[in-house]
Design a protein around this ligand. Structure first.
Ligand SMILES: [Zn+2]
Length: 140
């Protein structure tokens, strides 16, 4: 038999000049997105120019941290640092603001995850001044 299931690892992100503001906000429990001032596109992941119209007029804003499961899979045999965390869920969550984010669904049995399920962000502290976003079933 395999070892007892362990929590998901919480790897610290690689900080760049482009994503630093995003990761700083995670320490405050804030999931930030960007919006293009010229074409109004909501942008994920952090960038310097709009991927639709290529202008540099991008502003960050605090998103709701809410969304729904767009698609997911259950990983039953993890590798590396994730070996003892299986089974766990890897999912695309469609945020209320539009973009889809690759993440994990936590806080429930993997067998209970469904497409369309309402989820909310949960922060996992990296111990390095920021936190990794994961999503759990929404309260209520
Ligand atoms: Zn734009």
């Amino acid at each position: 038999m395999s070892a007892e299931r362990q929590p998901l690892p919480v790897p610290a992100p690689k900080i760049t000049t482009t994503n630093a503001a995003f990761w700083e906000a995670t320490a405050r429990g804030e999931f930030t997105l960007q919006r293009c001032a010229a074409c109004d596109l909501v942008i994920w992941f952090p960038r310097r120019t709009c991927p639709q119209c290529w202008t540099e007029g991008i502003e960050s804003f605090a998103a709701s941290g809410r969304g729904t499961v767009y698609s997911f899979t259950v990983v039953r045999k993890g590798s590396g640092a994730y070996r003892d965390a299986a089974p766990f869920v890897v999912a695309y969550v469609e945020l209320a603001e539009g973009p889809r984010v690759l993440t994990n669904i936590v806080g429930c049995d993997p067998a209970d995850v469904t497409v369309g399920m309402a989820v909310e962000v949960e922060w996992h502290d990296t111990g390095e001044g920021n936190a990794v976003y994961r999503f759990r079933p929404a309260a209520g």
